[in-house]
Design a protein around this ligand. Structure first.
Ligand code: MN
Length: 197
């Protein structure tokens, strides 16, 4: 169970009488922690990568989305922790509200902590996060394999990089070829239309 503190930033930014985003409350399982990548057209298009960690979704906003090419480094500025309930949220955040725009669940699944599995490393996700070096194996529908999130310098600048493994593929570009929601099969336009009525 996350402390009420963990989500205070998330709650401060939102008016739950106006947005249909979840206020949070769901508790997770640490056995199979989940990840989600939400495509979000707000003032700028970005892909919110979220990893379940200690009862919340740690979050990074990746403007270009994840690459399957290990040579590509994608900027991934961190954003506030989100509640676990957020993982299946798609819809429209009304104008004037924080993050106003349309969101779809672009990919989701479970992940493994690769650093924990290394004999000479053994770092938990929380330790890896503090360390500024996260290595996870994502088991999604569009995105699979090892990904590293690396903090560079001291200014909380993070990069998302595909690790060089069997799932690496420089020819794929799922961000552009597979745009629809994995939950509902809808496009962003369809989600916006159905919410707008
Ligand atoms: Mn976002």
């Amino acid at each position: 169970m996350p402390s009420s503190d963990a989500l205070s930033k998330y709650r401060q930014k939102r008016d739950f009488r106006r947005t249909s985003e979840p206020p949070g409350g769901k508790t997770g399982s640490s056995e199979k922690p989940l990840f989600v990548i939400q495509k979000h057209v707000a003032s700028n298009l970005h892909y919110d990568l979220r990893l379940e960690m200690e009862g919340v979704l740690k979050s990074w906003a990746v403007p270009k989305g994840p690459s399957t090419d290990p040579r590509e480094k994608r900027l991934a500025p961190p954003t506030e922790d989100h509640p676990l309930d957020y993982a299946d949220f798609e819809g429209v955040i009304p104008e004037g509200e924080y993050g106003a725009g349309t969101i779809l669940v672009w990919d989701t699944g479970t992940y493994r902590n690769l650093r924990l599995e290394k004999k000479d490393d053994g770092q938990s996700m929380a330790e890896s996060h503090t360390d500024g070096k996260i290595e996870v194996w994502l088991k999604g529908r569009k995105i699979k394999g090892g990904y590293a999130l690396i903090r560079t310098g001291n200014d909380d600048r993070w990069l998302l990089v595909k690790m060089d493994d069997d799932e690496a593929d420089a020819r794929r570009n799922p961000v552009s070829t597979e745009p629809k929601s994995v939950l509902s099969g809808r496009t962003l336009e369809q989600i916006a239309e159905q919410a707008g009525g």
